[in-house]
Design a protein around this ligand. Structure first.
Ligand SMILES: Cc1ncc(COP(=O)(O)O)c(C=O)c1O
Length: 308
């Protein structure tokens, strides 16, 4: 079995966020702390894996093979899940061998690694890419980069129920929308499916426009057959994926101190900073209540810190 045992219970707290720019604008924000669901299997990655693991179980697979970079949050969560629940994992890595903190963890969790170089990794969308790997690992189930696509989104749908169950604890009868970072758009798409038009979902793009997030969300929404999809994508990439600037780092430091919330610069930091800009530009009326999804990724911060 690749799926976790029934008694593996995930708890993602919903915490109020108190920051002066929110107070000034009369906006309330609660943070869904996916970074706190487990010490190792952190963030939205777990939810994006759930349906892939169920499919692997159905097909009688013994493990999972997937792809990512040397700081990949997805491979990190996958390798940790493999170790925790006792299934085999293989990671196909972008670039050439390097020992980042993430890579050291992957090895410690028992993931078998193969480095594809850059050109080899770029071929991942080509027809026939998986064929030699499936010949080599016939008992492993392939999962696309980042656990993306409809199966990933289906696993994220349950986040809505997790939040709804906790709203009374905050004294909220309802909320007015979601705000979260987007890399592939899969997590956002899951929320769009779950909401089916009830509340809008705002996606802060951690990647530039040409990364195909809009197309991915559109494809998932169509495949799922949802007609009333309410979402908006907002550029938050600050010049490119993984591009970091002093203003962003300053924002993260001040927010961590004031709001007691850990952030990293690639996704959650950029997403919250983009929310601040939109709030200050008057996008939301006073009294608006938003759910900010903390999508995790804090493990990747170690690699960044050591480069800085
Ligand atoms: C920490 C973190 N937040 C957000 C995302 C974006 O999620 P998605 O690819 O589902 O848009 C990712 C991965 O891509 C991530 O690692």
């Amino acid at each position: 079995m690749l799926s976790p045992p029934d008694n593996w219970f995930l708890q993602a707290p919903l915490d109020p966020l108190h920051l002066d720019w929110l107070t000034r604008a009369g906006i309330e924000v609660a943070v869904l702390r996916l970074d706190q669901i487990d010490p190792l299997i952190s963030g939205n990655k777990w939810f994006k894996l759930i349906e892939h693991l169920k499919t692997a179980d159905r097909l009688g697979a013994e493990g999972i093979i997937s792809l990512g970079g040397a700081h990949s949050n997805h491979l990190h969560a996958l390798a940790a899940a493999g170790k925790r629940f006792g299934f085999a994992t293989v990671g196909l890595l972008r670039g050439h061998p390097q020992q980042t903190p993430t890579v050291k963890d992957l090895q410690a969790f028992g993931m078998q690694l193969h480095w594809l170089g850059y050109a080899g990794y770029r071929a991942r969308h080509e027809a026939g890419f998986w064929q030699p790997w499936q010949t080599r690992y016939p008992r492993l189930h392939p999962v696309p980069e980042g656990g993306g696509g409809l199966p990933g989104a289906l696993g994220c749908m349950q986040l809505r129920a997790t939040v709804c169950a906790q709203l009374p604890g905050l004294g909220w009868s309802d909320h007015d929308g979601w705000w979260l970072a987007c890399g592939t758009g899969t997590t956002l798409a899951g929320l769009v499916l779950a909401e089916a038009g009830d509340h809008p979902v705002y996606g802060a793009l951690a990647v530039p426009d040409d990364h195909g997030v809009a197309q991915m969300v559109e494809r998932i929404v169509q495949e799922a057959g949802v007609v009333n999809a309410r979402y908006e994508l907002i550029d938050a990439s600050r010049g490119g994926f993984a591009k970091v600037d002093p203003l962003l780092l300053d924002f993260i430091e001040k927010t961590e101190q004031a709001g007691s919330i850990p952030l990293e610069p690639l996704y959650t930091g950029k997403a919250l900073m983009a929310l601040k800009q939109q709030v200050e530009a008057g996008k939301f009326a006073r009294g608006t209540r938003l759910i900010f999804v903390h999508t995790g990724g804090l493990q990747g911060r170690r690699g960044f810190d050591s480069q800085a």
